[in-house]
Design a protein around this ligand. Structure first.
Ligand SMILES: NC(=O)c1ccc[n+]([C@@H]2O[C@H](COP(=O)([O-])OP(=O)(O)OC[C@H]3O[C@@H](n4cnc5c(N)ncnc54)[C@H](O)[C@@H]3O)[C@@H](O)[C@H]2O)c1
Length: 330
């Protein structure tokens, strides 16, 4: 398939591009290389990259008409919740207006091409469904929207636009809502890379509130396999939630990374001494969890990676790739 991806230089995007190239697809990546993103220098005969902002509809349409994709996967987004609290405007501009531009360009392109395989796939978040209490059932495809942060509100807004371009204009679409991803190439400000990097540099590991907030962790390689399975099976006009039934509190994750450091560095230092509880994030959601029954039944996908192995692999990736994250931090 010819797949046009937006945000393909970010964390999930980079993993998606690598996996899709391995699965013999032809990839066109559009990314404006915003903060914490850089060209990953992927050199492959089936890979094209253009540094473009998704808010630029004219340039996007020109690329679509030249590349003639089977699928568009829209991942470009402002993705950091804390930044959405301090600078919400850019989130509305990229996540809502940027998605609007992508939909307009996709719709114009599709009206002239009508490829039967064509689909606009939008990557969304479980955060659009709000916060769960301890005993609430995990999110499913029909959970109600209740976004709490400017980030999740902007993602919810973009989801509604995608749905409406399907209902109003007939554009073939699909939307997936994944839980928190982790793995290689994740930017250094997110919980797992942040904790690993703080351990490696022996700096304070900040923990919001009491550390008891729960996230449902999904290894990024499982996530991109799910996205490619949906595309390869040509599943159109359906939504899925994607997760791997892996609920952990933030403090459990941080302690586990400290334990990995203790073992790897032969207990030369007590990494848990670096943990410091700090003032909670404004409007911090208590719990997210996903029930992936539907995607498992309809696509045969299931998560393959064991959490303990995947977090160790992630730790060793950051240990081996210090230059990558040091450049981003600088
Ligand atoms: N990481 C997660 O745990 C997670 C969970 C749920 C949903 N998501 C969604 O998955 C997608 C990818 O997330 P990620 O973690 O890889 O984020 P990321 O921040 O690492 O990557 C986003 C990419 O989008 C690019 N981008 C931002 N604004 C752009 C613009 N205006 N034009 C073109 N490119 C632009 C950035 O340069 C970056 O490369 C996002 O839509 C995010 O909302 C992520």
């Amino acid at each position: 398939m010819k797949i046009l991806i937006t945000g393909g230089s970010g964390f999930i995007g980079t993993n998606f591009v690598k996996c899709a190239l391995n699965r013999n697809h032809i990839i066109y990546n559009i990314d404006n290389l915003s903060l914490f993103s850089k060209d990953q220098n992927i050199s492959h005969k089936n890979y094209i990259f253009s540094k473009i902002d998704i808010r630029n509809e004219t340039e996007i349409l020109e690329i679509l008409n030249k590349f003639i994709p089977d699928k568009i996967i829209n991942m470009a987004a402002e993705s950091h919740v804390d930044k959405s609290i301090s600078e919400p405007k850019t989130f509305l501009e990229t996540n809502i207006l940027g998605t609007y531009n992508m939909l307009e360009a996709a719709n114009t392109f599709w009206k002239n091409n009508k490829k039967s395989s064509f689909c606009f796939h939008h990557v969304s978040s479980d955060e659009v469904f709000g916060s769960l209490k301890k005993n609430d059932k995990p999110f499913i495809e029909h959970s109600n929207y209740k976004p709490n942060s400017p980030y999740s509100a902007s993602k919810a807004g973009s989801d509604h636009l995608v749905r409406s371009w399907n209902k109003t204009f007939g554009l073939p679409v699909s939307i997936t809502h994944c839980s928190n991803n982790f793995g290689p190439y994740q930017s250094p400000e997110k919980l797992i890379p942040l904790t690993i990097i703080k351990c490696l540099t022996k700096k304070i590991i900040p923990v919001y509130g009491n550390g008891e907030n729960i996230r449902d962790w999904l290894y990024v390689k499982d996530h991109v396999n799910a996205l490619l399975d949906i595309m390869e099976k040509n599943i159109i006009n359906q939504n899925f939630v994607i997760g791997s039934r892996n609920e952990k509190t933030n403090i459990q994750i941080i302690n586990q990374i400290c334990d990995i450091c203790d073992i790897h560095f032969k207990k030369k230092y007590n990494y848990k001494l670096l943990i410091k509880y700090v003032e909670d994030r404004l409007g911090h959601d208590q719990r997210y969890a996903i029930n992936p029954d539907s995607i498992e039944k309809k696509t045969n996908w299931s998560s393959k990676f064991d959490f303990n192995e995947a977090i160790e692999k992630t730790f060793f990736w950051y240990l081996k790739n210090k230059t990558w994250w040091k450049n981003l931090i600088n």
